[in-house]
Design a protein around this ligand. Structure first.
Ligand code: SF4
Length: 258
């Protein structure tokens, strides 16, 4: 069980990290599609058989829903501060992702020019030039890096492909600092295996990656809601602050959501 979004455009919601945020869901209403299967995913576990039958919404349908909503919100007290791609899975897996980003930029400029555009992405498509260039056009590309070692990242994110950490770090470096790194810290157990991305070794290696990537910001999270793997522990604010100090000492802006 997990939370699924029933609309192409949802909210606006008050988001701690993005302010008044209008969500854009590029994935099907009926189920989640993702290249990761994170043990903490609020949408629940992947169902690949079901995902294969799901149809992603067309750009035109998203455009119509977004334009209608932006017209309605323009000039009101809840005019969005962020138009945010998130929802039932990974937005960059939509085959028209780059064209949709261009469309959202056009509608934002027309109706809510002060709003930033944010994409919450797992980063698995950033090796694709079209996706990379689209992410580079927006203000807030927020990309996942959930640990320091390949083993730990794989244990948390459960990718559906052969994950190459070195290659991924090189791809993240290509943004030249025009990205935010998002990391969820947790410890627990999945399928009998202990998982902990807060150990000294994990944090130190994660810090080394941040030194190489030089993101403009790091967002650090803890578990907030029910997770598909139930044996996970929420990390304390004090522990998160200790980790954040290491990031701050690199001169990188850091926000904790704990
Ligand atoms: S990347 Fe996001 S949508 Fe995909 S499984 Fe992880 S948390 Fe869920």
């Amino acid at each position: 069980m997990g939370i699924l979004f029933n609309d192409l455009v949802f909210g606006p919601l008050k988001s701690r990290r993005l302010g008044i945020s209008l969500g854009v869901n590029l994935m099907p209403k009926a189920g989640k599609i993702c290249s990761f299967n994170c043990i903490y995913c609020e949408c629940g576990w992947n169902d690949d058989e079901k995902a294969a039958r799901l149809i992603k919404p067309k750009k035109e349908a998203i455009e119509e829903a977004l334009e209608r909503k932006l017209k309605e919100l323009k000039g009101t007290a809840i005019e969005p501060e962020s138009i945010t791609f998130s929802g039932n899975g990974e937005p960059t897996l939509h085959p028209q992702f780059a064209e949709i980003v261009d469309m959202v930029i056009r509608l934002r400029d027309l109706y809510c020019p002060k709003a930033v555009i944010s994409v919450l992405t797992n980063g698995t498509m950033i090796g694709n030039d079209k996706v990379f260039n689209a992410l580079n056009k927006i203000e807030n590309n927020i990309v996942k890096l959930d640990g320091g070692t390949k083993e730990c990242i794989e244990a948390i994110n459960l990718p559906n492909f052969k994950f190459d950490l070195e290659k991924y770090i090189e791809q993240l470096k290509r943004f030249n600092g025009n990205l935010t790194i998002q990391t969820l810290f947790l410890r627990g157990e999945h399928n009998g295996k202990m998982i902990d991305n807060t150990t000294e070794n994990e944090v130190n290696q994660w810090i080394e990656h941040l030194k190489a990537i030089r993101p403009k910001r790091v967002m650090m999270y803890v578990i907030e809601r029910a997770t598909p793997e139930e044996n996970l522990e929420k990390i304390s604010k004090a522990e998160m602050e200790t980790i954040a100090e290491k990031v701050k000492s690199l001169g990188i802006e850091t926000e904790i959501y704990a």
